[in-house]
Design a protein around this ligand. Structure first.
Ligand SMILES: N[C@@H](CCSC[C@H]1O[C@@H](n2cnc3c(=O)[nH]cnc32)[C@H](O)[C@@H]1O)C(=O)O
Ligand SMILES: [Zn+2]
Length: 434
């Protein structure tokens, strides 16, 4: 066995307990072999990661993003979703080249590895280029090409749909299984009924997952209620968009019937608190969804509506806004957001990981706890939700491979990636504003 040992720290166990323990990893299999106090005794260890003064926990799962949108970070702020997309974002996205998308993906994945995210779900275009970066950077992802029909001729929209299905079929299982895919219609209002139904039927024929934005703003809910006389998620269910291998981003404006529908169909929701606050979309009923038995993960959404991909920020935002939303300070507690960002997030998007236990995927991070803002440490789980930042992450491991050691990313060259992304971003904006 090619053994990697993470030693001298404390471990966050799946039940939320924290204890002193080492973690033994089979690096070739990408699996956790053992967790405990003596697991390295008498073993030949090829490499060691020092976890002294730190917490070993699952790599975080960013359940919904558009990673290449890092190029648009800070480009258009302080607007609601509709006008932000139509007036600012979509015109610039129309100028995006494949190379821009690759440069943005490198930047976003670099940022995620540095802040402790090993796994993400992504909807964008030129996804073959994103897949290439995922493979090289060593992370895990569920990827899909977004389908938008607004402003397009039927033939062009149909070609988009075909492209999304084709990408999903071709890349599922790529990068030694680290890449899984999904058919990704953008949302219930940007893809018309016939294309949505048809795409989902074709996806189901090939057992492909489905991911879309849903019930993000009231502007998205009203047209569906008006046109079809039912709530958006009832409409979605009738078109096959709900089920255990489907997950929705946002779920902000979800009523009681829709909550039941999500629970009954075992459909997961990815909560994106920062994006929902920034675009003033509303407050997702996370406490209610969880109480109903819906699996809820956490996502950053794109960097243009966040504006970073640091998932620790999102844990804090989720806990905070969850309380405001429920008008109850005990709602969405620390342990819940940690679960949402790890095991529940992995389950929501159907990827392995999210647990430090024997047999689980070796996707883990070491968080440095020796810092003024983390002292004293009465309750480590509280710190993860309310005080830890992405910059506290010391090591990142995915699929048994060390992606960052002592804050140095090993699979991407940080300086090169940042320079290239800044250059692509400047050229892109210049072209769009020409
Ligand atoms: N626009 C592409 C495909 C969609 S990719 C995913 C899209 O989601 C957009 N997006 C980013 N954040 C959000 C959000 O919060 N809600 C809805 N769409 C978003 C993003 O700008 C991107 O255009 C096409 O024409 O084929
Ligand atoms: Zn989104």
């Amino acid at each position: 066995m090619n053994a990697l040992a993470v030693t001298g720290g404390r471990v966050l166990h799946p039940d939320g307990r924290v204890s002193e323990a080492d973690v033994l990893i089979d690096a070739d299999a990408g699996r956790i072999e053992a967790v405990g106090e003596d697991v390295t005794a008498g073993r030949e260890i090829a490499r060691t990661l020092d976890a002294e003064g730190g917490l070993v926990m699952p790599g975080l799962v960013n359940g919904h993003t558009h990673v290449s949108m890092t190029l648009l970070r800070g480009y258009a702020d302080d607007k609601p979703l509709e006008s932000w997309l139509r007036e600012d974002i979509w015109p610039v996205e129309a100028e995006l080249t494949d190379d821009d998308i690759a440069a943005g993906a490198e930047l976003g994945i670099l940022e995620m590895i540095r802040s402790g995210t090993t796994t993400f779900a992504d909807m964008y275009f030129s996804m073959d280029r994103v897949a290439e970066v995922v493979e090289r950077a060593g992370v895990r992802a569920r990827l899909g090409r977004g389908v938008v029909a607004v402003g397009k001729e039927e033939a062009e929209a149909r070609a988009d749909l075909e492209g999304s299905l084709e990408f999903a079929r071709t890349y599922d299982g790529a990068a030694d299984g680290r890449i899984r895919t999904a058919f990704m219609p953008h949302s219930l209002t940007t893809v018309p009924e016939n294309l949505l139904t048809e795409g989902i039927e074709l996806a189901a024929e090939d057992d492909l997952w489905v991911h879309l934005h849903a019930n993000e703003t009231t502007d998205e809910v009203e047209p569906i209620v008006e046109k079809h006389g039912v709530r958006p998620l009832e409409y979605a269910a009738d078109r096959g968009a709900l089920g255990p291998d489907r997950f929705l981003a946002h779920g902000v404006h979800v009523d009681g019937t829709e909550t039941e529908l999500l629970a009954e169909t075992d459909t997961s929701v990815i909560h994106c608190p920062a994006s929902n606050m920034k675009l003033a979309s509303g407050i997702a009923p996370v406490q209610r969804l969880r109480e109903a038995g819906v699996t809820v993960g956490i996502g950053t959404d794109g960097a243009a509506s966040n504006n970073d991909l640091d998932l620790f920020d999102e844990l804090r935002d989720a806990a905070m806004v969850g309380k405001i939303g429920a008008d109850d300070a005990s709602a969405v507690p620390a342990a819940a957001v940690v679960e949402m960002a790890t095991s529940d997030g992995a389950d929501a998007i159907g990827l392995p990981g999210g647990r430090i236990e024997t047999g689980a995927a070796a996707d883990l991070i070491v968080v440095d706890l020796e810092a003024p803002h983390l002292t004293p440490a009465h309750d480590v789980v509280s710190h993860l939700a309310y005080a830890v930042r992405g910059s506290d992450v010391r090591h990142t491991v995915c699929d048994g491979t060390v992606l960052m050691r002592d804050r140095e990313v090993t699979t991407l060259d940080a300086a090169t990636v940042m320079d290239r992304a800044a250059e692509h971003a400047a050229d892109l904006v210049a072209r769009a504003e020409e």
